[in-house]
Structure formats: structure tokens, C-alpha cells
Design a protein around this ligand. Structure first.
Ligand code: UD1
Ligand code: CA
Length: 465
């Protein structure tokens, strides 16, 4: 049977109490909606549709990399049933099973959806509701059964005191047969104070029409946690964090403190790598084998080879660290920073759009911007590339085995040949040929007896003036 997926994501998420559309809140580096689309994708459906409404343009823009999605608009948010109705044109004339997902239920596993579709089709049901039994059902629609069979779904605000005690909840995920669906949705009457059209009311309509209604209970209720508030978002983040960390540990990564280790969805970490507390690995970061990431490190969209050490409190963004390189503590590697094999970057060093060759060192207090630095180079403490003239950025090129003395300013554009040598404290404004020494500083002046002369001055030495 062909199957199709529709994701409801038009709601405002008023209970989040913030301006960002709910489905664009981030969870392990991805918007909530991206998690749901990924689960849908894994079913390999013929068509994936999305109902968008509140800040629709923003939501669509966040998914612009997915060119095969079909969008429907719900201009007024009049409930989940009304939302699904807007998707009718997307499935016009199609048969088979339609899986309905919620944009705010991001932990659903594709295996569970497969199981839902199998059970639905196996039973020949018109609707199969994915349910869960949870200790705290507050806020969810409750599954009301009669003689063990699904009789009704009652929303929290419409439930009697007795129904509120029911612990089996509606996940908001359903498998539905296409042909009777859109016809039946039109029969759902507006409900509640806000006159919304509740999708779960379809159960009542199908029962009236004597169409078979079924349920499948999910084994792990965490999978169907819905996110309506900031607190629920934080709880789901904690679950994802734990899951990600368990996956990494199962693959041979040592995590000193999983409770404070934050690894985004698409991050890869090699075996025998040790992650200390308070580490954030974000975006498209990949870390090789046998690395050591010390406490308080944040690494975003960066690539680390094998045997790399990142010491405490470094920030790396868009950087590449080759095998055996060492960085930190307190280093800042910005986009385009490339640290060569076995190279060393020390404390309070900032690197932007610059490469440091194999075995080169910038151990203390340096700024390297728009620079290409060769192999075996020593960058002295306090060296800076003066790469910006107030209007444009300029490049600095440093050959192999160059020695740059401490406190040097390299005024770009500039080229230093192989084996060049720069005296400490130089302000280098002209290219240096290979093998040459450049000293670019004013000579020291000695004025003998200076301190004694100062004491002879009329108010010299008085400290109370
Ligand atoms: C819904 C279910 C509830 C279930 C719970 C599971 C209804 C009436 N209730 O409640 O039984 O236990 O999910 O998480 O369906 N949406 C739209 N347009 C709208 C309203 C909502 O697209 O007009 C979308 C939202 O963006 C969201 C999803 O539908 O992704 C669910 O809406 P939400 O308001 O969060 O429903 P719940 O109150 O959580
Ligand atoms: Ca919800």
C-alpha cells in the first residue's frame, strides 16, 4: 500500500509564551519540525505534506532545503481537525494510508510509525490512534474505552474528573485511510469555548458510521511527548541528550558527566575519545578517535582529526583541527581556522580564516586573521596580524620554519619567505625574503642618571600633590 504523511505545524504555540513559532524551537541542534520530517522521511512515503499557518514563511524557510515537501496553509488556527482539512488538496484522488504527525511531537521513532501502519493495515481499520500510558497525563487528550475498545478521545478541558484520572493518552499521531477521511472531517462539529475543530473527534464520527477504529500503544511513552511549554521543551531536551550520550558511549566514547554533555543530532565522535564535563558539540561537528575534550569547551560546525586535544574553555566554530593538534586553554578558533597536524595553539589565541601548518606553534596571546602560515613556524607571544585597514581585509603569507619574535605586528598584505626571522617587538610592513632577518623597531635609548635627575626637580618625589 502506498502511504503518505501529513505534519500539522500551523499552531502558534501560545503556551510557549514567546515569539518564535513553536515548531522552530531547537532540539539537539535541529528545529523541532526537522526531527518530525526526518521520522516521516524514514517511512519513504509517496508524499509528505505540511500544514503551516502561524509565521508560515519562517517555518517554510527553515525547511527550504527539503524540496520535496508539499505545503498547505491554514490561515486561521481553528484546531487540529481544521488544520488537516486544509491538506485535502495535497492528497486529492490518492488512496492508501495517511499518517498524521504533530510538529510538536519530535521524538517519535520511525520504527514505531511502521508498527502503527502495519497494525492499521493489518486490522483493516479506518483510523488507528497511537496511544501511550503515562504517569502524568495532564494536558493530553484521554483515551476512553468501552469494553476495552476505543470509544472516544476527550480533551483535558472537556474531561470529567473521572476521565482526567485516565492515564492512557492520545499521542496526536494517527494512521488513517484516505478515502473516508476528508469527507468525514467535514462532519466534525466545532467544540469548546474557542469553537475549534478537534481531529480526535473523528473517532466519534467513525464509530457512528460503524467504521473500525483501533489503537496501538507505544512501548516507550517518552517517544510521544508533546511540547506545549518551555518546561516540556526542556524535558524533551534532557531525554534527547541522554539518548545521544548513550549512543556515543555504546560506540566507545568516554563521557565523564553525561548530564552536562550536549551533543547535537548530527555530530559524530570517534571511539576512545574522552569528553569532560560541560562540553557542547554542535551543528555539523565531527570529532575523530582518541581525542580529549576538556571541560567547558564549545565546538560548532568543526572537524577534528584523531588524537586532538582541546583544553579547557575553548570556543571553536567552523574550524578544522588536523591529527595530533592541541588547542587551548582559552583559545578562540573562528570560521576558516585550520590547525595543521601536531600544531599547537595556546592560551588566549584567536584564529580566523587562517591556516597554521604542520607542527607550527602559536602558544600565547596571538591574533591570526587571513593568514596562511607554513610548517614548523613559531609565532611568538603577542603576535598579531594587522589584517584590516579600516576598509578591507588583507592577507599574510608566512613560509615554512619562520620564527616570529614576541610582540610582533604583521601589517598585511605581507609575505614572509621560508626560514625568515623577525626580531621581537617588530612592526613588519614590508615583505621579508627567505632566510633574512627583519628587525623593525626603534633602537633603545639610554639616558644615564635619569632617576637621580628626576629627584632633583623642585616637586620631584612628592607624592601628595
Ligand atoms: C493535541 C490533541 C490531544 C493530544 C495531544 C498530543 C487535539 C484537539 N488534541 O493536543 O488529544 O493528546 O495533541 O500531543 O488534537 N495545529 C495546527 N493548527 C491548529 C491547531 C494545532 O496546525 O489550528 C498543530 C500544532 O502546530 C501542533 C499540533 O497541531 O503541531 C497539535 O496542536 P496542539 O495545539 O499542540 O494540540 P494539543 O493541545 O497538544
Ligand atoms: Ca501539543
Amino acid at each position: 500500500m502506498p502511504n503518505h504523511v501529513i505534519i500539522l505545524a500551523a499552531g502558534r504555540g501560545a503556551r510557549m509564551r514567546c515569539a518564535r513559532p513553536k515548531v522552530l524551537h531547537r532540539l539537539a541542534g535541529l528545529p523541532l519540525i526537522e526531527h518530525v520530517v526526518r521520522a516521516a522521511d524514514r517511512l519513504q512515503p509517496e508524499r509528505i505534506g505540511l500544514v503551516v499557518g502561524h509565521q508560515a514563511d519562517r517555518v517554510q524557510a527553515a525547511l527550504s532545503h527539503r524540496t520535496s515537501l508539499a505545503f498547505a496553509r491554514q490561515d486561521e488556527q481553528r484546531g487540529t481537525g481544521h488544520a488537516l482539512r486544509q491538506a485535502e488538496p495535497l492528497f486529492d484522488g490518492l488512496g492508501g494510508t495517511l499518517v498524521v504527525l504533530s510538529g510538536d511531537v519530535p521524538l517519535i521513532r520511525p520504527e514505531t510509525l511502521e508498527q502503527l501502519v502495519r497494525a492499521h493495515e493489518g486490522a483493516g481499520a479506518a483510523i488507528t490512534v497511537l496511544t501511550a500510558t503515562v504517569p502524568r497525563p495532564y494536558g493530553y487528550g484521554r483515551i476512553v474505552r468501552a469494553d476495552g475498545r476505543l470509544a472516544d478521545i476527550v480533551e483535558e478541558r472537556d474531561a470529567s474528573a473521572l476521565q482526567r484520572r485516565l492515564k492512557e493518552i492520545n499521542s496526536g499521531i494517527y494512521a488513517l485511510d484516505l478515502p473516508p477521511l476528508f469527507d468525514a472531517i467535514r462532519e466534525i462539529p466545532p467544540a469548546g469555548a474557542s469553537n475549534e475543530i478537534y481531529l480526535p473527534d473523528l473517532v466519534r464520527i467513525y464509530r457512528r458510521r460503524q467504521l473500525p477504529v483501533e489503537t496501538v500503544e507505544v512501548a516507550d511513552p517518552d517517544e510521544v511527548r508533546g511540547i506545549n511549554s518551555q518546561t516540556e521543551l526542556a524535558e524533551v531536551k534532557r531525554i534527547v541528550r541522554q539518548t545521544r550520550n548513550e549512543e556515543l558511549m555504546a560506540a566507545g566514547v568516554t563521557i565523564e558527566d553525561p548530564a552536562t554533555t550536549y551533543v547535537d543530532m548530527d555530530v559524530v565522535v570517534g571511539p576512545d575519545t574522552v569528553i569532560h564535563p560541560g562540553v557542547f558539540l554542535q551543528g555539523r561537528t565531527s570529532v575523530g578517535a582518541r581525542c580529549e575534550l576538556h571541560a567547558g569547551v564549545r565546538i560548532v560546525d568543526s572537524t577534528l582529526g584523531d588524537d586532538v586535544v582541546v583544553r579547557n574553555h575553548c570556543v571553536l566554530q567552523g574550524a578544522a583541527l588536523a591529527n595530533g593538534s592541541r588547542v587551548g586553554p582559552f583559545a578562540h578558533l573562528r570560521p576558516g581556522a585550520a590547525v595543521g597536524e601536531a600544531a599547537k595553539v595556546g592560551n588566549f589565541v584567536e584564529i580566523k580564516k587562517s591556516s597554521l601548518g604542520r607542527g607550527s606553534k602559536a602558544n600565547h596571546l596571538a591574533y591570526l586573521g587571513d593568514a596562511t602560515i607554513g610548517d614548523g613556524v613559531n609565532i611568538g607571544a603577542g603576535t598579531i596580524t594587522c589584517n584590516y585597514d579600516g576598509k578591507r581585509k588583507h592577507a599574510t603569507t608566512v613560509g615554512d620554519r619562520v620564527f616570529i619574535g614576541s610582540g610582533t605586528q604583521l601589517v598585511a598584505p605581507l609575505t614572509l619567505g621560508d626560514d625568515a626571522y623577525v626580531g621581537a617587538g617588530s612592526c613588519v610592513t614590508d615583505d621579508i625574503p627567505a632566510g633574512a632577518l627583519a628587525v623593525a623597531r626603534s633602537r633603545q635609548v639610554i639616558k644615564g642618571g635619569w632617576n637621580g635627575r628626576r629627584d632633583d626637580e623642585p616637586d620631584g618625589g612628592s607624592s601628595d600633590s
